[in-house]
Write a protein that binds this ligand. Structure first.
Ligand code: PLP
Length: 386
């Protein structure tokens, strides 16, 4: 298998699995228990909190462990609303992850007004629209750091400067950037940041919400009072330990891995552009995560491409999906105004530090032939239909 779907999820690092295992087999106590087994688990959770905090430049007490990116996003947005009762508007970008998009729709049904900030055809955020949209009626702004489909990175320092000047709390969805690029929340006027362990070689089902000291949130989950009353539910000790280990490994390897990943991504991208006719990269090629390329194959359907690639051992993702019987481009590609003939055949390849040069060469060898076969098949079907 050639796994090129690392923005969906990543392979857990061996160091992560090794760190987690004892918390399943030996130290399986409940971190809230007062006995020795519980205390051992509680200490491990605090060590992991320090590791995660270090990775993003936060203080330990500013890290709340959750079940992942989705929960962190919900906890931040829903959590701040009771503290800003007179603010009835929420600002998001048009290309946020579904976790934000769907929650915004729910809140719209509950009477909130949603302002969706536009992006241009390269995926850049309209900063002027953002500046003009902020006001004292805005409860929270939720803007992502990098887009999961295109990899396009938003200028989060600029965004934070604007929200800060307007006095609007900012949640940054850092799910695609933590562990990939250096982050220092302490130097940004960001109030909250959501991220998830499985995107940086940690385990699935565990994530964190950074909450800047002094920011108050009403907890989404109440009950046992874990996480200093900020997130109830029996603590996922092995998961949190794994996330801590993943944070340490990322801090150690991230900078050295980036140029190598970028080189492999560019090699794959350039080979596809050279060898496959009628295709183009979607999104800004410069202001982009080093591991991601989204390529639109004209007049083809991404689902067909993905199936064929999968049959030949290549795992990737699509920018379009079958919605009620017809192919629909993702909200990201629609917001960017990507022409349908490109958007329908959009495929995302995302690498990780475990992607090898051999895998990329193998993908380069297989891909053009497979796409050509699909294009021929398409042409034949079109002729028949005519
Ligand atoms: N935000 C972004 C940008 C993502 O890519 C994802 C994962 O696909 C999420 C949020 C949700 O994260 P999780 O799967 O941990 O809930």
């Amino acid at each position: 298998m050639i796994y090129l779907d690392n923005n969906a999820t990543t392979r857990p690092a061996p160091e992560v699995l090794e760190a987690m295992w004892p918390y399943y087999t030996e130290h399986y106590g409940n971190a809230a228990s007062t006995h020795l087994m519980g205390q051992r688990a509680a200490v491990a959770v605090e060590e992991a909190r320090a590791q995660v905090a270090r990775l993003i430049g936060a203080r330990e007490r500013e890290i709340v462990f959750t079940s992942g990116g989705t929960e962190s996003i919900h906890a931040a947005i829903r959590g701040i609303l009771p503290f800003r009762p007179r603010c009835r508007r929420i600002v998001i970008s048009a290309v946020e992850h579904e976790a934000v998009i769907r929650l915004a729709e729910q809140l719209e049904e509950e009477g909130y007004q949603i302002t969706r900030i536009a992006v241009d055809s390269l995926g850049h955020l309209d900063l002027q629209m953002l500046a003009e949209s902020l006001g004292d009626d805005v409860a929270i702004a939720a803007i992502m750091h990098a887009n999961n489909e295109t990899g396009v990175i938003f200028p989060i320092e600029e965004v934070a400067r604007l929200t800060d000047a307007a006095g609007v709390p900012l949640l940054v969805d850092m799910t695609q950037t933590v562990g990939k690029i250096p982050i220092d929340v302490a130097s940004l006027p960001v109030q909250m940041a959501a991220f998830s362990a499985h995107k940086f070689h940690g385990p699935k089902g565990v994530g964190a919400l950074y909450v800047r000291s002094g920011v108050h949130l009403r907890p989404l989950l109440v009950g046992g009072g874990q996480e200093r009353n900020r997130r109830s539910g029996t603590t996922n000790v092995p998961g949190i330990v794994g996330m801590g280990a993943a944070a340490d490994v990322a801090a150690r390897d991230m900078e050295a891995a980036e140029p190598r990943i970028r080189e492999l991504r560019d090699r794959l991208e350039n080979a596809i552009l050279q060898r496959v006719p009628n295709c183009a990269v979607i999104g800004d090629r410069d202001q982009r995560l080093a591991n991601t390329t989204m390529i639109g194959f004209e007049a083809l359907e991404s689902e067909g491409i993905l199936l064929l690639l999968s049959e030949h051992g290549i795992c990737a993702s699509g920018g379009s999906a079958c919605a009620s019987g017809s192919l629909e481009a993702s909200h990201v590609l629609r917001a960017m105004g990507i022409p349908e003939r490109l958007a329908h055949g959009a495929v995302r390849f995302s690498l990780s530090r475990y992607t090898t040069a051999e895998e990329i060469d193998m993908a380069i060898e297989k891909l053009p032939g497979l796409i050509a076969r699909l294009a021929e098949l398409n042409l034949a079907t079109e002729r028949k239909v005519r």
